[in-house]
Design a protein around this ligand. Structure first.
Ligand code: NAD
Length: 541
């Protein structure tokens, strides 16, 4: 087939209807896009930060104007409700707003103390990588794409973006938003396609790669990136545990645990994927979960007044993973208390008990509407089970005693812990978000999301070395005692360490007094000159 004619169909998962298509970008076009963004970067990077922030604010205006278009396309592309798509727009705009506001401060010059080099000035500046390649997933096709693009742009990079083939219509929509800001459009390029297009982008050697996706893809991209030593930031999967302690508010834990598991059909990286409940409250919790789950209506509507709490899964492969996990669990003794059936792309909200860590559903990411609940003896057992994972994105702890919850939270190997709620950490645009273990090495949200798209460049600035500067004197031979006096005088831990080498230097070195007096005279002269300059400056004002 002529690669130029290959297309990706846009399919509504709820109805199965095709609503459009996009031509796949060829490998040669991906390489060309990277070259062109490389050529465009100096012009964008040279713009003052405040100017870049002004242009990004213009983009923010365009996004807000396009809200209804965006929620309509995500609703068709992904199957989530218009309301859930609107949450994405809100979270995205919040981040754009904060990043544009704070970037000049986050990326500004920082003074660095001079250490022993008193007569020079030291500072750092943030410099862009160059071209950033951003590869994204389908599950939050606005919120997981736009913030890293905006952060990379604010930092002075140009960007080549590869949206997920599963949310290709949203990718095309996002591309059109950039085209609506003529000052920004020349510095962002979209390429469309599946894993092959993503691989072509990696092989095009951007200056930095940023991937949000599965652990499986992360491993593949890490290996490819390593071949060219391309720096690689990744935000990968989660298997977020929820711990219900003995003193938890059981009704609230059940209500919001169910919501955290089934919201956007369980297809969020921070969905509640497994629950550990203290044995004393286990029966009460399971009964409350069944009551809440029964309320979770399932269906699809393209209207803004959608009556359903849960929509379809987004594509067939995701349904297969959910069913594989359910079958595996049941074959090993797991019991489905509610749900479990599939109709079309809809799988009922499913509550599973009698589970353990021999089952895939407790160790691998399910990414679907399944809530497996395991009974534990005490906090230690709950913590052990929660930490028994190769992923570590976020975790949820429920207890009426905040100090108790905090003690447990501190022992969890994750990037974020949310106490007495589910998923309310993610929408907070300045709260750093990201995982440990295989869940990721990057941080989104807040200053870190922007600064990770920069190198730190350091400057040491001043006139030629001054002859009386101790830092100059130690460059000459025969200054061993002076060096030891500096070492002890500045860094000695005990009084002896501080005083003895200085005394040794002053009493034993014939050149010492001369050097000290030259230094003192030099320092004095510098102070007098500084004072005079300050007085003159004040007088002129
Ligand atoms: P995925 O790994 O299948 O795909 C992600 C992107 O990588 C897609 O654009 C895909 O085309 C591309 N890709 C796939 N193979 C590639 C290859 N060999 N080379 C280059 N690119 C390649 O993930 P997905 O199914 O789209 O997204 C769901 C996953 O993302 C889940 O695991 C979820 O937990 C994770 N996720 C993580 C976060 C986070 O912040 N940590 C947020 C959302 C989603």
């Amino acid at each position: 087939m002529d690669p130029r004619s290959e297309c990706i169909d846009f399919i509504n998962p709820a109805t199965g209807e095709k609503f459009g298509e996009v031509r796949v970008t060829t490998e040669a076009e991906v390489r060309q896009a990277c070259r062109e963004m490389g050529a465009a970067q100096p012009a964008w990077g040279a713009k003052p930060l405040k100017e870049r922030a002004r242009i990004i604010k213009e983009f923010q205006r365009v996004v807000i104007d396009a809200t209804d278009e965006l929620t309509a396309v995500v609703n068709q592309d992904h199957g989530k409700s218009r309301g859930d798509a609107l949450h994405e727009v809100i979270m995205t705009v919040d981040k754009i707003h904060q990043y544009a506001k704070h970037a000049p401060k986050w990326l500004g010059r920082r003074r660095v103390p001079p250490g022993l080099y008193f007569f020079r000035r030291y500072y750092t500046e943030r410099t862009p990588f160059g071209v950033v390649g951003i590869i994204g997933p389908w599950n939050y096709p606005i919120d997981l794409m736009l913030p890293p693009i905006i952060a990379a742009l604010l930092a002075g990079n140009t960007v080549v973006v590869k949206p997920s083939e599963v949310a290709a219509a949203t990718g095309v929509m996002l591309e059109s938003l950039f085209q609506r800001v003529p000052e920004l459009a020349p510095f962002v390029r979209f390429v469309h396609g599946d894993a092959r297009t993503g691989a072509a982008l990696v092989k095009s050697k951007p200056d930095l790669l940023f991937l949000t996706g599965s652990v499986k893809t992360g491993r593949i991209v890490a290996q490819m990136a390593a071949e060219d030593m391309t720096p690689f930031l990744y935000e990968l999967g989660g298997k977020d545990p929820m711990l219900v302690l003995e003193d938890a508010d059981i009704k609230a834990a059940a209500k919001w645990g169910v919501w955290g598991a089934f919201y956007t059909t369980g297809q969020a990286c921070v969905s509640v994927e497994r629950v550990y409940v203290h044995e004393k409250v286990y029966d009460e919790f399971v009964a409350a979960v069944l009551e809440e789950t029964a309320k979770f209506s399932v269906g699809y509507s393209p209207d803004i007044d959608n009556p359903y709490r849960m929509g379809p899964l987004t594509f067939e492969r995701q349904c297969d993973i959910v069913n594989t996990h359910l079958h595996d669990a049941v074959s090993k003794g797991g019991e489905v208390l509610m749900g479990g059936k599939q109709t079309g792309m809809f799988i009922e909200p499913t509550v599973l008990v009698n589970v353990d860590h021999t089952m895939q559903v407790m160790v691998d990411e399910t990414f679907g509407p399944v809530l497996p609940i395991m009974k534990v003896q005490d906090d230690t057992h709950a913590i052990q089970m929660a930490n028994h994972s190769y992923m570590g994105l976020s975790a949820y702890v429920w207890s009426r005693d905040l100090a108790h919850a905090k003690r447990v939270a501190e022992q969890l190997q994750v990037g974020v812990v949310n106490i007495n709620d589910t998923m309310s950490h993610y929408p907070v645009s300045l709260l750093p978000f990201g995982g440990v273990k295989l869940s990721g090495n990057a941080r989104t949200h807040g200053a870190g999301e922007v600064t990770q798209f920069t190198h730190t460049k350091s400057y040491a600035v001043g006139g030629p070395p001054l002859p009386f500067d101790p830092a100059t004197l130690v460059r000459y031979p025969g200054q061993y005692r002076l060096g030891k006096a500096i070492l002890g005088g500045f860094f000695g831990v005990t009084p002896e360490q501080r005083v003895e080498p200085v005394v040794d230097y002053l009493t034993n070195d014939p050149k010492a007094r001369k050097a000290v007096s030259r230094t003192v005279v030099g320092l004095g002269a510098t102070a007098v000159a500084g004072l005079a300059a300050a007085l003159l400056f004040r007088a002129r004002r």
